[in-house]
Design a protein around this ligand. Structure first.
Ligand code: GSH
Length: 222
């Protein structure tokens, strides 16, 4: 039986990715929710996670930290987490690694905040560059590999889990998207596991002041 240590559902974008894989694929797991501060690695988190961050998956008493490592660990044990076709699988891994390593401007300007729906504002150039790259990645995957379904590679895969928090960010900060990207976001927001995550986020009381302070900068609620 797996145990997933994960952060607050409203804020913890990395936790969402690992949680979504387990929840969407119906893999049994116990969830241990811990509070994140928004300030990164902490000694408190090291009590249950080797890198002092969440998510951390425990398989018995063995720990797997780092979201991509969790995805790979699960993929070795449960079918369907990466696309079956080798080229699609390679591309899914490329764009997942790109997500894991990049998009700092977008992440910094638009932290995940599931509860909020803000009016939005024009993105700074470096943020717009990240948004444009996400749109290009999604559009190319949908057009080249997505014919069999509504996800990036047709069926749901780890690549979709990697991009799921970006969907919340676009929804929260009212980012205007081309039709192909908006359709992908709409599908993601309807995914039953995403709805479950959202319900959990809406029920949470914890606040990270720095994240909630962005409300005014983005023109308040819409
Ligand atoms: N590279 C890590 C990033 C994990 C990460 O940054 N997690 C954040 C939460 S989203 C965290 O644990 N922050 C600790 C804190 O803010 O208390 C991964 O892929 O899992």
């Amino acid at each position: 039986m797996y145990t997933l240590y994960c952060g607050n559902k409203n804020y913890s974008s990395w936790s969402l990715r690992a949680w979504l894989l387990l929840a969407h694929y119906g893999i049994p797991f116990e969830e241990r929710m811990v509070s994140v501060s928004g300030r990164g690695v902490s000694e408190e988190h090291r009590a249950y996670s080797g890198n002092g961050l969440v998510p951390c998956l425990h398989d018995g008493d063995f720990q797997i930290w780092e979201t991509l490592a969790i995805a790979e660990y699960l993929a070795e044990r449960h079918p369907g987490i990466w696309p079956g076709d080798p080229l699609a699988r390679a591309r899914a891994r490329s764009i997942s690694a790109e997500m894991h390593a990049g998009f700092g401007a977008l992440r910094g300007a638009m932290p995940m905040n599931v509860k909020l729906r803000l009016k939005g504002r024009p993105a700074a150039p470096e943020v717009q560059t990240d948004i444009d790259r996400v749109v290009a990645i999604w559009s190319e995957a949908r057009q080249q590999f997505g014919q069999g379904g509504q996800w990036l590679f047709g069926g749901f895969s780890a690549a979709d889990a990697m991009y799921a928090p970006i969907v919340w960010r676009f929804a929260t900060y009212n980012v205007q998207l081309p039709a192909i990207a908006q359709a992908y976001c709409d599908a993601m927001l309807e995914l039953p596991a995403m709805k479950l995550w959202e319900m959990g986020a809406l029920a949470e009381k914890a606040c990270i002041a720095e994240c909630d302070a962005l409300v005014a900068e983005y023109g308040g609620a819409r």
